[in-house]
Design a protein around this ligand. Structure first.
Ligand code: GDP
Length: 296
């Protein structure tokens, strides 16, 4: 399954069979390979350090038993720690609040926010039989509101009528009001992104949050985000206070190290993953699968 790391660790450690316990030196050598594998998977450096410290604690002094090769033993420790850091299985959206439940989508431009808004709305409508309203709060890109409207038409989900000239916070208030009047169970607010994190973006997100009182604030991020993942997740979490993460483009070639980075710095669960451009390309997050993929 993770032949790569297994083989690398095997060549370092398997000669130790029958030698008592793993020494600090053995573990150091193994951790160099673990570090390399994680960096290749695009896990952020500070998270790699933290992770290898945890593995070191568990591995040094571990008994080498005859029935299992030392290399395999360390791979198991690494894998278990990875799964534990990635979080639990089966975390889903929390809709446990009085209707209309507000979900606020945040993230950088191009991360897949609007697409994910459509996917979540479509799933809640079709699978969970919820009445959903979507609203685009992106007044910076004129095409953004139109893009969401088209997704609404495509999926059969209501979208808030566009009124040119309104501010994002005004649109947020209008959306919640319209959902209340329209008997919607859920209202999803698709906020504007930027190419990078800046102060006005954070202020805008915080103001919308105050106004709309969202029950879920989901940070949408590209799974291919490399070292920036930590900065991105930390900023949004500290300034806006996210309740969960959605990783998009998990269908791509990347090994998904951003999942570990963002989960590690925020402690917030990865609730869903995007696996394609189509409206049904949304899946639950399975920590074991992602751990296997990160280890290569
Ligand atoms: P936004 O600027 O954050 O709203 O990003 P968009 O939702 O407009 O998405 C940007 C591009 O990424 C679009 O071409 C989407 O089709 C694509 N996209 C979004 N999610 C996924 C995904 O999970 N997998 C793939 N392959 N493409 C995606």
């Amino acid at each position: 399954m993770f032949d790569n790391l297994q083989e690398r660790l095997g060549s370092i450690l398997n000669g130790l069979t029958g030698r008592g316990a793993l020494s600090d030196k053995d573990v150091q050598a193994a951790l160099r390979e673990v570090r390399r594998a994680l960096l290749e998977a695009d896990v952020a450096l500070e998270v790699v350090r933290d992770f290898t410290d945890r593995v070191r604690e568990k591995a040094v002094g571990a008994e080498i038993v005859k029935s299992i090769k030392p290399g395999q033993m360390v791979v198991k420790i690494v894998h278990d720690e990875l799964v534990s850091m990635l979080g639990s299985e089966g975390v889903t959206l929390d809709l446990n609040a009085p209707a209309p439940v507000v979900i606020m989508m945040v993230g950088l431009q191009g991360s897949g926010k609007t697409t994910t808004t459509g996917k979540i709305a479509s799933r809640l409508t079709k699978r969970d039989k919820k009445k959903v309203l979507m609203a685009s709060l992106d007044t910076r890109r004129p095409a953004a509101q139109e893009q969401l409207k088209q997704l609404g038409e495509q999926t059969g989900v209501d979208t808030l009528p566009i009124i040119p000239g309104q501010s994002p916070t005004d649109i947020a208030s209008r959306a919640v009001q319209a959902a209340r009047l329209g008997g919607h169970d859920v209202v999803i607010l698709d906020t504007a992104g930027r190419t990078h994190i800046d102060e006005p973006l954070m202020v805008e997100m915080a103001t919308i949050k105050t106004k709309a009182n969202p029950h879920e604030i989901l940070l949408v991020a590209d799974a291919l985000t490399g070292q920036d993942a930590v900065n991105l997740a930390r900023n949004f979490d500290e300034r806006v206070g996210i309740t969960g993460l959605v990783l998009t483009r998990m269908d791509g070639d990347g090994r998904g190290g951003a999942a570990l980075s963002m989960r590690a710095v925020t402690g917030k669960p990865i609730k869903l993953i995007g696996v394609g451009e189509k409206m049904d390309a949304l899946e639950e997050f399975h920590p074991r699968r992602v751990a296997d993929r990160i280890l290569g």
